[in-house]
Design a protein around this ligand. Structure first.
Ligand SMILES: Cc1cc2nc3c(=O)[nH]c(=O)nc-3n(C[C@H](O)[C@H](O)[C@H](O)COP(=O)(O)OP(=O)(O)OC[C@H]3O[C@@H](n4cnc5c(N)ncnc54)[C@H](O)[C@@H]3O)c2cc1C
Length: 307
């Protein structure tokens, strides 16, 4: 019986692990990998304590900090995908690909994944022109015509990066209005290389070995057009990785785990959650790590009271 099982190996899972180890909690970390979402980023400039660091190096530093506590009392298991948590008399049974594990408390730090485009050609051309990370893949499209899908802040942020080196950037939004902040929209709209298409339905991604174009319908006129682009940058939001916990804890309509933001507690006693899998407003490495620390402090107090 563990005191705590932590699900996830991103910044939230790692930060929780470090605090749990230092509090001498009998802890098991179950994670598909010890990699946060930003590990694909070439440069992170807001991880406190590092002026600039690559995503890969940050992930390595987090991993080595976590592994420095490895012992019989503090076990890290990777390549584990948790599929369910069951309530038992003594605590919880966590069902994972590597086995079934018992714990008095559980912290879910399973993060999130990019929402994928599902139109024809999107899966076929992923990483062959269709990408989900402008900061990672953008420079490969220097001097080319590209499209950004999504008219929120993330879409405009990607467009701003791409405008620095692409020949042209066309942003497509399915709604008639943009969701991004006005000031951001105005600053980009002045750029002659930038174009916005509102109220469009995406139909198909065309290509040979790589993307050659994007077919869309103008919802107002019904007219179909092909946009000749070699890169398509998708910014249509995130999906919390919470499928396995759906019937266990209360969630928002977007499948984010509802938590008490003072403590990280979920709707079910004995289960906490932290980071991008929760209903927190802001998705950042420092926030995920800090919220996980807060949760472990609360878990520790909870376990002390139970003893
Ligand atoms: C391209 C990109 C660049 C970014 N750049 C920055 C930046 O510069 N600065 C910044 O502050 N933030 C940045 N972010 C946001 C930041 O990466 C996230 O806010 C942060 O990673 C959230 O941490 P997390 O631990 O909650 O989740 P994640 O990083 O998503 O980690 C989740 C972990 O849970 C594991 N997992 C998921 N489901 C299961 C399961 N069922 N069983 C077991 N394990 C599971 C995953 O393998 C992973 O280890 C960026 C994000 C992206 C996508």
């Amino acid at each position: 019986m563990h005191d705590l099982i932590i699900i996830g190996g991103g910044p939230a899972g790692v930060a929780a692990g470090v605090y749990a180890a230092r509090k001498k909690l009998k802890t098991l970390i179950l994670a598909e990998s010890l990699n946060g979402q930003s590990s694909v980023s070439p440069e992170i400039q807001n991880w406190i304590g590092e002026i600039t660091i690559s995503g890969v190096d940050l992930a390595k530093k987090l991993e080595s900090h976590l592994r420095s506590y490895e012992s019989d009392n503090f076990v890290i298991k990777t390549k584990e995908q948790v599929s369910a948590i069951k309530t038992k008399a003594e605590g919880f049974e966590v069902v994972s690909t590597g086995g079934v594990y018992l714990a008095k408390t559980v912290l879910i730090a399973a993060g999130a994944n990019r929402r994928k485009l599902t139109i024809k050609g999107a899966a076929e051309f992923e990483q062959k022109g269709v990408t989900y990370c402008a900061s990672c893949d953008g420079p490969m499209f220097a001097g080319q015509k590209v499209a950004v899908i999504g008219g929120g802040n993330a879409g405009f942020c990607s467009a701003a990066q791409l405008l620095a080196y692409c020949d042209s950037v066309t942003l497509l939004e399915s709604a008639a209005l943009l969701r991004a902040e006005r000031v951001t929209v105005d600053s980009l709209s002045a750029n002659p290389k930038f174009k916005i298409l509102l109220n469009v339905e995406l139909l198909e991604i065309k290509g040979d070995k790589f993307v050659t174009g994007l077919i869309y319908r103008d919802k107002e006129t019904g007219e179909e057009n092909e946009l000749p682009v070699t890169g398509i940058f998708v910014e249509i939001g995130f999906v919390p990785s919470t499928e396995a916990f759906r019937d266990l804890v209360e969630m928002t309509d977007c499948n984010a785990i509802k938590i008490d933001h003072r403590t990280g507690q979920t709707s079910r006693e004995g289960i906490w959650a932290a980071g991008d899998c929760t209903d927190t407003f802001y998705h950042q490495n420092n926030i995920a790590a800090g919220d996980a620390v807060k949760a472990v402090e609360d878990i520790y107090n909870y376990l002390q009271k139970k003893r």
